[in-house]
Each structure stands twice: as C-alpha cells, then as structure tokens.
Design a binder for this molecule. Structure first.
Ligand SMILES: O=P(O)(O)OC[C@H]1O[C@](O)(CO)[C@@H](O)[C@@H]1O
Length: 435
C-alpha cells in the first residue's frame, strides 16, 4: 500500500479513455526527462531531490538553528513561489494555531509572511505586532526585483538596523535569491548577508524543496530530511513510465480528459483547514504553468465542510463545468471521541462514541455522493497521514503531474509571460523610469 494513492473511480472516466491518452503521456514524459520540451532550461527540479547541493542544505540547517535560538519572530518576505510553498508546509504540518501558542509549546519563533501584497495596513500592523521582540528576516526573491517583497524588505531592513545596529542586523538578515544576478544579490554581497540560492534551472513555483522553502520550514521546527526523503521517493515512484502504476501521470491524464470534455474549472478541496496554503501553492503551480495561449484549467479551491455552506450550492446545481480533486487525509493529527450527554438537548447523542474525524469522513463521503450524483467528476487523492515525508512526496506528485499536464496541453509549463502585464502598467502609473 502506497502512502499516497489516487482514486479516479468517481471521475466518470473509463479506463479506455486513459488507454487512449497513454501515448501522449509517453511523449510528455520523454519531453520532460530528455529536456526536449519548451522551458526545458527550468526543469532542474526533476532530479533535485537526489542532486541538491548538500553544502547549502547543511547551511540551511545551521541558519535555522541559529534563528530558532536568537529570534522570537521570523519574518519571511516573498511573493508567489517565493513564499507559498513554505507557508503551505508550515501550516499543513504544524499546530493549527502555531503563532498563538506559548513559546514553550511552539518550540520555535512566531512566523509571519510579508511582501506578498502592498497593503500599508498589513505591513504597519505587522510591525506593531512584533514590536519589542527579537526578530530575524529572510527575504526570498529569485529575480531580486519583484516590487512587493522589495518594498517590504526596504522597510524591515530599516527596522532591524534601527533596532540592532547595522552589524547585528547582518546576523539577522538572510537572503535567498539568484546565485549571480539581481538587485538583491548585489545588495546581499555589499552588505555581507548570509545568502542562499534559488537554482538557475528552477522557477519560483517549483522551488519549495530548495532553500526557498526549506529555510522557513526548518525554522518552524519541521524535519526537512524527512521532506526530502519523501520527495526522493516521489521522484522514483512518479518517474515510472507506466500510466497504470504512476498516480502522478494518472492525475495529469484525467485532468486532460476532463478538460477536453468541457470541465474547465478544477476545485482542489480538503476537509482540513490547515491545508489552505497548500491549496494556494497548488493554484499558483497549475495556474501559472497552464494558463496561457488562451488555454488552461482554472485552478480554484475550497475548504470543506466550511465552503459547502457557501459554494456547495453552485457545485451541486450550477453550470456543469467543474471537477473536484479532493485531498483526503486518512488519519488526522489528533482526534477525540464525542461524549454522551444526559439531557441530549442538541439531539446529538446518536454521535456519542464516534470521533470528530469519523463525522468529517462521513461529510466527505456524503459530499462525494451528492456532487457525483450532480454530475461533478471527483478525483480523490488519499494521503495516509500528513507528515513531513508525505508532504515532500505530495509536492513532487503535483510538480510532476503539472509539467506532464502542461506538455499534454501543448503549452510551456515553465514560463509566465502574462504576469508581466500588470507590472508594466503599475510601473507606468507609478512613474518608474523607463516605463
Ligand atoms: O521570486 P521572485 O522573482 O520575486 O518572483 C516571485 C513570483 O513572481 C512571479 O514571477 C510572477 O508572479 C512568480 O512566478 C514568482 O513565484
């Protein structure tokens, strides 16, 4: 039994439909593995779990230990692929109320993310929140020129220098950026900050398993060795060119078949609120990779049962253009049994002796029945338990299926030319020289 498995028996897809697409999967696999497809210069993530720079990896661990010792607050500055992966992992695997725990219980600094918007209230209220606490910051930007994190870094650099002085600030500022170029690289070299690299051949949205994700994840106390072990096993399991055995390729194939049948919206759902940022990370991965050349599945997400009371109506009875992919965590982190109540005023005694997760699983089963009876195809991704190992494997599962899916669609899954449009307009409106 594999720790992550895919069940497409509720997707309304017949085996022969997958059989029909097998040859295209083979082509996509060869394009990716032989570096013959568009964007092949950004496929360094494919072998990364086995070929990463061990010296840098050890430096990440040392830096994380130092930060855990000298900081009550750790600030992660970055946007898109430069923060979503770390946030997804930290939230999925740590306590649901991590930042609110006492420091003894949390066993690591509070972690906040900034530079992923341009909200003055957000930035200033964060500064207010951390006032008086010892902090370190990690600015992450592959290009080193993205406006949102650049503004946040300017503000937090000044804050930290005023608080500690320029010399001590150097012990508390960590930069993750390109190995050679960009404003951030230049600034880091000039100021003498400890620097980590985003490999040249790995784009932002595929970078979670590099220092980009690993430093913040390690600061939160999670075991990054286990994450990399999971990714390494994922690399083996999802490298097999056999559609019958490769769940990652099955996921790519099923999405493609559904898209051709007019299912243009995919909703990634979960019954664990701690997976909210995993869903956000997934949206960037698939949205930026596939949404181009007037094509692409629209990646959306929902948190159940919460959103069953809002979006549920639309899914059940609205336009039939949606399919769902459900992340089903088989074993919850913790659980409790519901007790018998003598008076039973709420009428819930029929549940006594059952666990809360039992109720959650029945909600999942009931929703699956309802939505499939409403004609909504469901793909189920069963994950035995959300731990570091399975998280690393899941990341690799999605990255691999996204690349294959992009090639099946006939797009370059590794560029994002459309993102530039808003930036150009914003710069022009702000009066940036050259725009
Ligand atoms: O790491 P950078 O260069 O700051 O880019 C951040 C994000 O901005 C984008 O380039 C565009 O949104 C993403 O692809 C990337 O993840």
């Amino acid at each position: 039994m594999r720790s992550i498995s895919l069940d497409y028996t509720h997707s309304f897809i017949e085996d022969y439909e997958l059989e029909n697409i097998k040859e295209y999967i083979n082509i996509a696999h060869n394009m990716l593995h032989n570096e013959k497809g568009p964007g092949s210069e950004y496929t360094g993530w494919v072998n990364y779990p086995k070929e990463f720079d061990i010296d840098e990896y050890e430096r990440v661990k040392l830096a994380s230990e130092k930060i855990r010792k000298n900081s009550e607050v750790f600030i992660v500055i970055g946007i898109g692929g430069s923060y979503l992966g770390a946030r997804a992992c930290i939230e999925a695997l740590n306590h649901n109320f991590y930042n609110m725990l006492t420091s003894e219980k949390r066993n690591g600094p509070e972690i906040y993310f900034v530079g992923n918007n341009v909200s003055s209230s957000y930035i200033l209220e964060l500064l207010e929140l951390i006032d008086g606490k010892d902090i370190s910051i990690n600015t992450i930007s592959k290009s080193g020129t993205t406006t949102e994190p650049a503004i946040a870094f300017r503000i937090f650099k000044e804050y930290i220098e005023e608080k500690y002085g320029k010399e001590e600030a150097k012990n508390r500022i960590y930069i993750t950026t390109d190995s050679k170029k960009g404003a951030l690289k230049e600034l880091a070299s000039k100021e003498g900050y400890e620097t980590f690299t985003v490999p040249d051949d790995i784009g932002g949205r595929y970078s979670i398993l590099t220092s980009v994700g690993l430093l913040p994840i390690a600061v939160s106390g999670l075991n990054i060795d286990e994450i990399m072990n999971g990714a390494k096993d994922g690399m083996e399991e999802y490298g097999v060119l056999d559609l019958d055995k490769n769940y990652s390729y099955q996921y790519a194939a099923i999405r493609n078949v559904l898209y051709r049948k007019g299912k243009e919206i995919e909703m990634l759902t979960s019954y664990e609120p701690s997976l909210f940022y995993l869903q956000e990370w997934w949206k960037q991965l698939f949205g930026e990779s596939e949404g181009k050349d007037l094509k692409g599945i629209y990646p959306s997400s929902a948190s159940f049962t919460t959103d069953l009371h809002s979006l549920g109506q639309l899914i059940q009875d609205g336009r039939r253009n949606i399919f769902e992919t459900v992340i089903n965590i088989e074993e919850p982190k913790v659980d409790m049994i519901l007790k018998e109540d003598k008076e039973n005023l709420d009428g819930l005694n029929f549940l006594s002796g059952k666990t809360i997760d039992f109720v959650n699983k029945k909600a999942f089963e009931g929703t699956l029945m309802a939505h499939t009876s409403g004609g909504v195809p469901n793909i189920i991704l069963n994950i035995e338990k959300m731990n570091e190992y399975n998280f690393g494997k899941l990341i690799y599962f999605f990255e691999k299926s996204c690349a294959i899916s992009g090639y099946l669609l006939g797009v370059n899954p590794f560029n994002q030319p459309g993102v530039e449009e808003y930036k150009k307009n914003m710069f022009r409106l702000l009066g940036k020289p050259g725009y």
